[in-house]
Design a protein around this ligand. Structure first.
Ligand code: GDP
Length: 424
């Protein structure tokens, strides 16, 4: 039995989906351990192109178990529709290859509504939420007001919790936001449509994982977002509401006694960030537009244009350390082809000094990037399959990053397809 976590090192959208899709083939169980449908992996394979928001990326391998762990939050409607979309492209999904932890939390329709109204109330001070209800539902989880998936199989418990929850949510909706209350009937209708089809998938995740361990099965933990979005160590409050760190994987999966044997950190060859918050060295000029277009940098879940910057070693090294990465995958190196020079941010100027450790979040607004400029290359990398076949400048770029990040770059990705990967 071996376990591996594939995690984001930066602000998310590093290309974790393609790495999980690639590695899912060699693991037996693939687990999402945090977050909800607020982020998306893009996966391209023989079935087509998919934006997966909730489904673990192992869903394309029908002999694998895909698990939504206890640390996740599940919008039932979104999951039912996502299953439908993926199935319609010929992928088999059944309770044999998909399981949802009974301890995962339900995202009811009032959570996205509250999320949206709070962003509106904040106006100029908004967090840049994806408005999928993730902040409000995790808030309720920790206030012990939310409802776990297992209640869908226990009508008495559901009734008791739902009654209290709706009363309380209506107090916020009407009191804080002057919104009309939600009706119990509308929630019952929603549950009728979207809870019923998911009931067969609800399972005790701990038991699923214990059995897998007993049978010597290998387990892959799949994170969404990246280290800098961690609720505790990220750019709070422009963070997510859960922990995308590898250290959280055992807790969030459903079997806290598991150990993570290997942590693969995914880093993009340049930086992108969605939403609000400090982003040192943001390129707001035509170079930024060029990279955004070349890299197709638009959110998989929301379609929002991503903010763009050069690779930031200060932030990335912090991410590598937070994740405890054993090895790295550097993705989208192909996107940088055609640039004469490629700056890399190796430090921040803060209050007249150069710093190389990641500052406390509000101090980031006062940081200016310090660059080292490397040579670019013209060649198309998308067909390259070995490190030695890369142009010299591209090799030097990888080696420079590896040295600065003090972590081996084992994978270099040169395109979205499963086989467009260089393994060193
Ligand atoms: P994730 O959330 O970390 O999985 O990242 P996203 O899926 O949101 O963003 C990655 C995007 O880049 C997807 O559209 C991928 O298909 C694509 N992608 C991943 N790796 C590469 C690569 O090496 N080169 C190129 N050109 N595209 C890639």
């Amino acid at each position: 039995m071996s376990t591996c976590a594939i995690v984001g090192i930066n602000w998310g959208d590093e290309g974790k989906g393609r790495m999980v899709d690639y590695l899912a083939g060699v693991y037996d169980v693939i687990v999402r351990y945090q977050g909800g449908n607020n982020a998306g992996h893009t996966v391209m394979n023989e079935y087509g192109k998919f934006a997966l928001n909730l489904l673990p990326s192992g869903i394309f391998h029908k002999d694998k178990i895909n698990l939504l762990g206890a640390g996740t939050v599940v919008d039932l409607k979104h999951l039912v529709e996502e299953i439908g979309r993926v199935r319609s492209q010929g992928v088999e999904i059944s309770p044999d290859n998909l399981k949802i932890s009974d301890r995962a939390i339900i995202v009811f329709p009032f959570y996205p509504l509250l999320d949206e109204m709070e962003e509106e109330r904040l106006a100029g001070e908004k967090y840049g939420s994806t408005k999928r209800g993730i902040g409000p539902v995790y808030g309720d989880k920790y206030m012990k007001k939310a409802i776990q998936m297992g209640d869908l199989l226990r009508p008495k418990s559901l009734e008791k919790h739902l009654h209290t929850l709706i009363d309380w949510k209506n107090a916020s909706l009407t009191g804080i936001y002057a919104h009309e209350p939600i009706s119990r009937e509308s929630i019952d209708e929603w549950l009728d449509s979207y809870a019923k089809p998911l009931k067969p998938y609800i399972a005790d995740a701990g038991e699923v994982l214990k059995n897998a361990v007993k049978q010597g099965k290998s387990i892959l933990f799949e994170a969404q977002l990246g280290a800098l979005r961690d609720i505790q160590y990220g750019i709070y409050p422009f963070s997510s509401s859960s922990s995308p760190l590898a250290a959280y994987a055992p807790v969030g999966c459903g079997l806290p006694s598991l150990k993570v044997d290997n942590v693969v950190g995914v880093v993009k060859a340049y930086s992108t960030c969605v939403g609000e918050g400090p982003f040192v060295g943001e390129l707001t000029d035509e170079t930024g537009d060029w990279i955004r277009t070349a890299g197709g940098e638009y959110g998989a879940a929301t379609g929002r244009p991503r903010r763009v910057a050069w690779l930031d070693i200060v932030a990335t090294k912090y991410g590598v350390e937070l994740q405890g990465a054993d090895e790295l995958a550097l993705t989208k190196l192909d996107v940088l082809s055609g640039l004469e020079k490629i700056p890399v941010c190796v430090g921040y100027k803060l209050n007249g000094e150069t710093v190389t450790s990641f500052p406390y979040t509000p101090d980031l607004y006062d940081c200016e990037p310090v660059y080292v400029t490397l040579n670019g290359w013209d060649e198309d990398l998308t067909g390259v399959r070995s490190f030695d076949a890369l142009p010299k400048a591209a090799r030097e770029y990888v080696l420079f990053c590896e040295e600065k990040l003090a972590c081996p770059i084992k994978y270099v990705s040169v395109g979205p397809d499963r086989e467009q990967l260089i393994i060193r």
